[in-house]
Design a binder for this molecule. Structure first.
Ligand code: HEC
Ligand code: HEC
Length: 575
């Protein structure tokens, strides 16, 4: 058994190499020379089809610069993750010796050694941390080198999805670009590089989704993956080279540390990626204890009758077994309460992601008229007499403020970790799965790609990884006309019907299912994915690529999937 402890006060050290130059690369996802517009079904590809791109995410490695006089300066252990939808388009190369250079080389994908390494070793903000890039194949091992997803249609057809996942050691592809650079010591330069997806679809090997298939997982001998590989080198073009001005560092926020405190040691499974904890709210035993008390404190509600735990029930992985939670005056909400665990790995909260941090999230239900319906100044006044000493122990004074209430609850919520289930035990050799559970595991993690003879249930695209969630937003075909999900927050049409992917750990405890609790059982949920998907413009490409008639899972397959989901239950979360 391998469990890791994470000191919460870890400081990340950045090593400064004296006399070294820096190159900032700026990648511009493009289509035929103009910046790519995501989610827009307008781009022509071979075979008379039109495509949109909803996701373009790639891992680059093997950076090197060629000296003008010849010879390569290798920059090993520098990696870049580029993602169009998540606006991650820049990456820096550091520690470059001063000098004159004429070319830049890098690889799409990782070398075999790095690709096979344990992904849980990477620091919280590292491009190879699976929680950062969402490109690890999870339990099967290895990374996706390039994920390209979107919709396509020919004139006559209703839109379908395509999902190209370019991976495997043999497909690592080298790109060399002419980049003349003169770098003095301590200087930096910026290089703008277009990644042209039109070129990726056309030359030298045209890719027509209508003819060549709408899904690839790059199995050996797959011609679609071979075409992507052939086209990649021509898809990158240098646009601009410039000297770069430096960006001032963000001011450091105060930590409000009391004079005496105990750092809280967070422990979790060795399979989990390292989470990005908030630097300005270190985990302290005193603060976690205060947060736990506040979570159970009915004084946070106007009537004094309801605490957070009223809707987040400890017997149900801190979810609510009722379809809709009920507020202080019996008001019924519109969404199903979410379970609370492994929140340290999330970067936005609620089904529609409207809370950007847990400290902000925590104050919302207190003030929500359909929930606890209380004013923050009144909460502060009510806590005054009984809580002063607890706040003094957790912060640098006894002052009670809404901000500190948020920080303490955030501290507590971050420590809720669920990593122990029969599945985890089997994965570390301390138990065994039944034949049904193993079959369910296989179906869950196998793609639906009849072209290559694979007809799995394709669940891992969104529910993969050690946390059983990609922590992204997707439309999974529920067709809810009353709740636009993420679109309510972003006001973008392309986000209609997208909701946060829930973790499937403890899922048997968190019924009913989906944001509106529409499914009472896991069986109903599986029926939905098998043949109940409602098609729409924003349906996720990974589901839109399934045939209109559905996946066609047999009764035995469905039973196996449910058996596997039940094996994800952590006994700690049903007490
Ligand atoms: C009246 C019932 C109710 C109460 C009381 C309540 N919650 Fe919730 N909670 C919900 C519902 C419903 C959602 C989902 C709402 C949505 O997405 O719009 C939710 C979502 C959350 C989430 C988001 C989890 C995620 O994965 O994104 C967190 C965190 C949370 N609640 C914490 C709290 C805390 C802390 C309190 C007390 C201060 C609290 N809740 C009180 C019903 C409740
Ligand atoms: C395209 C991404 C995607 C795929 C593929 C996918 N899911 Fe989901 N899943 C989601 C999202 C998003 C939600 C939440 C949707 C909502 O509530 O509106 C969800 C919700 C669920 C829930 C409800 C969990 C809860 O706590 O309410 C279960 C169970 C589930 N999925 C199982 C599966 C299974 C089994 C498969 C494979 C057959 C699968 N999913 C495939 C994205 C996906």
């Amino acid at each position: 058994m391998r469990f890791r402890a994470l000191g919460s006060l870890l400081l990340s050290l950045s090593v400064v190499v004296a006399d070294a130059a820096e190159v900032e690369m700026h990648f511009v996802p493009s289509w035929s020379g103009t910046p790519l517009l995501l989610d827009s079904l307008r781009y022509e590809v071979p075979g008379g089809a039109t495509v949109s791109v909803t996701r373009m995410s790639t891992l680059l490695s093997g950076f090197a610069l060629e000296r003008s006089e010849g010879g390569w300066v290798e920059l090993p252990s520098q990696f870049a993750w580029i993602d169009a939808a998540r606006h991650r388009t820049s990456a820096s190369l550091r520690g470059i010796p001063a000098g004159e250079y004429r070319a830049l080389r890098f690889a799409v994908g990782l070398d075999a050694g790095t690709n096979a390494e344990d992904p849980a070793r990477w620091p919280a903000d590292h491009p190879l941390n699976p929680a950062v890039n969402g490109l690890h194949w999870s339990w099967q091992g290895g990374y996706i080198f390039l994920a390209l997803e979107g919709h396509w249609r020919t004139r006559s057809e209703t839109p379908r999805g395509f999902s190209y996942h370019f991976a495997r050691d043999a497909n690592r592809t080298l790109i060399t670009l002419p980049v003349p650079l003169k770098l003095g010591a301590d200087q930096s330069a910026g290089v703008s590089i277009a990644f042209d997806l039109a070129a990726l679809f056309t030359a030298p090997r045209p890719i027509a989704p209508s003819r060549d298939g709408d899904s690839t997982h790059s199995h050996e001998g797959d011609p679609l993956a071979a075409a992507l590989r052939a086209n990649l080198p021509g898809a990158f073009q240098v646009r601009e080279i410039a000297s770069r001005s430096s960006v001032p560092a963000a001011p450091v926020k105060p930590l409000h540390l009391p004079s005496k405190f105990t750092p809280y040691r967070m422990t979790f499974s060795g399979k989990f990626p390292i989470p990005q904890l908030p630097r300005d709210n270190p985990l302290l035993v005193e603060r976690v204890d205060l947060g736990r008390r506040l979570f159970h404190e009915p004084l946070l509600s106007r009537t004094g009758a309801q605490s957070c735990a009223t809707c987040h029930d400890e017997k149900h992985a801190l979810a609510d077994p009722r379809r809709f939670s009920v507020g202080v005056d019996g008001q019924v909400g519109r969404r199903n309460a979410m379970p609370l665990f492994n929140l340290a790995w999330k970067s936005s909260f609620f089904w529609d992601g409207r809370a950007p941090s847990l400290r902000e999230q925590a104050l919302m239900p207190i003030q929500d008229h359909t929930e606890m319906d209380e004013r923050l100044d009144r909460v502060v006044a009510k806590l005054g007499s009984t809580y002063a000493a607890d706040f003094a122990r957790a912060f640098d004074s006894a002052e009670i403020t809404p901000e500190r209430i948020g920080l303490a609850i955030e501290n507590f919520l971050l420590t809720l970790v669920s990593a122990d289930s029969p599945f985890d035990r089997a994965m570390r050799g301390a138990g065994e799965l039944s034949a049904d559970e193993r079959r369910g595991f296989e179906l869950f993690f196998t793609e639906y790609e009849p072209r290559t003879g694979r007809v799995g249930a394709d669940c891992f695209h969104c529910h993969g990884g050690a946390l059983f969630s990609d922590h992204q937003f997707h439309n999974n075909g529920l067709g809810d006309a009353h709740d636009d999900g993420l679109m309510r927050v972003t006001a973008r049409d392309a986000d209609r019907g997208k909701f946060a992917t829930p973790s499937l750990r403890n899922v048997v405890l968190t019924a009913p299912y989906m944001h509106d609790g529409r499914f009472a059982t896991l069986d109903e949920t599986i029926e939905h994915y098998d043949h109940g998907i409602v098609r729409s413009a924003t349906l996720d490409p990974n589901l839109a690529k399934h045939p209109a008639a559905g996946l066609g899972l047999s009764a035995a397959d469905k039973r196996a999937l449910v058996a596997f989901l039940k094996a994800l239950t952590d006994p700690q979360y049903s007490r």
